[in-house]
Design a binder for this molecule. Structure first.
Ligand code: ASP
Length: 338
């Protein structure tokens, strides 16, 4: 009886003590999601060593972006931090490791969008900026424009003091082989067949979307485009609304895939419009666009989408998509489909 009483007393004391402690304020959600391109990514095409290398680099990119958010930093800085890691790695078709165009050169595209202000910046067809994502950011912050292309974009980056490189800096043996293979497979001049680019000759574009503690969303994408593309071709990655879109309270999107289709379907903006006007979840909206409209038109690729509440979806209609996400409670990198 005595023991029971003591127990009861302790329990009551515990309850009182608990009730007296103010509940710790719930931490606001922070999240980053990334992709490293979609395409014929299957276990048959990747060795265990390659798999390991991709997982490790994706994790490094996630950690770099997440570290910014965890310190209370901006979503805009988090997406750039993640993309810088991938632009510096030859594993991805962005920065070092960018694909070759038909003429054996590299022309790079990148864009970034701030969900808070709807400001955006992009560069297309640059040949000498080491990190195109930094140039895109500078276009947004230091110019009155949204998109700069070609020589003008390179000149702007140089004036802004960004690191410039010879076009050969982007060379890799792996991408050169992909160009040779593509050229053999492509009949005639290479310009008549719309879908010749859709085969094995692409993938590796990188992208990131982030949500910071203040509820701001940002999205960014960087690419070398598609192997054997015609000189001057611009894909969806630098086109705001096609390859990249972010709006606070709605969603942030970065896309990868056959750019011509993503431009025609205005993929990133369409997903956000479904969330904004039809009140769809990011998963419903992205599935409708990727598995509905894109699929129907014959396009291939995928998107990473982050909702205002931190919800994440990463659908694709290819065999695989290099991807990952990190939140306060989750951390994952993935390569293949289910
Ligand atoms: N979307 C990119 C482009 O068309 C390529 C890719 O994502 O692999 O330039």
């Amino acid at each position: 009886m005595k023991r029971l009483l003591t127990g009861l007393l302790l329990a009551t004391a515990g309850l009182t003590a608990q009730a007296a402690t103010p509940a710790a304020p719930a931490k606001k959600p922070i999240a980053i999601a990334i992709h490293g391109g979609a395409g014929t990514i299957s276990r048959a095409n990747l060795s265990p060593e390659q798999e390991k290398a991709y997982h490790a680099k994706l994790q490094e990119a996630l950690d770099a972006g997440y570290a910014v958010l965890d310190k209370g930093g901006r979503a805009l800085d988090a997406v750039q931090a993640a993309i810088l890691v991938m632009e510096s790695s030859p594993l991805f078709n962005a920065g070092l490791g960018a694909v070759y165009n038909w003429d054996g050169e590299h022309e790079l595209d990148a864009s970034i969008m701030d969900g808070k202000t709807l400001n955006a910046g992009a560069v297309a067809g640059v040949k000498h900026v080491k990190h195109p994502i930094l140039a895109a950011y500078k276009v947004m912050t230091d110019s009155p424009h949204v998109m700069l292309a070609g020589d003008g974009a390179d000149a702007f980056a140089r004036e802004e003091g960004l690191e410039m490189v010879d076009n050969h800096y982007f060379d890799t043996e792996f991408r050169k082989k992909a160009l040779d293979k593509a050229k053999k497979a492509i009949q005639g001049t290479g310009y008549q067949a719309r879908n010749y680019l859709a085969g094995d000759y692409k993938y590796g574009t990188v992208g990131a979307v982030a949500l910071d503690e203040d509820g701001n969303l940002a999205a960014a994408t960087s690419t070398g485009g598609m192997t054997a593309k015609r000189y001057g071709r611009i894909g969806d990655s630098p086109v705001i609304g096609a390859g990249t879109y972010a709006e606070n309270g709605v969603c942030a999107v970065s896309a990868t895939g056959h750019g011509e289709y993503f431009i025609r379907l205005n993929i990133a903006a369409d997903i956000c419009a479904r969330v904004r006007y039809l009140h769809k979840s990011v998963k419903e909206a992205a599935d409708e666009v990727i598995h509905g409209r894109l699929q129907k038109l014959g396009g291939t690729g995928g998107v990473i989408v982050l909702g205002a509440d931190g919800s994440i979806t990463q659908p694709f209609n290819t065999e695989g998509m290099y991807r990952g996400f990190k939140t306060r409670t989750q951390n994952q990198t993935l390569l293949y489909g289910n």
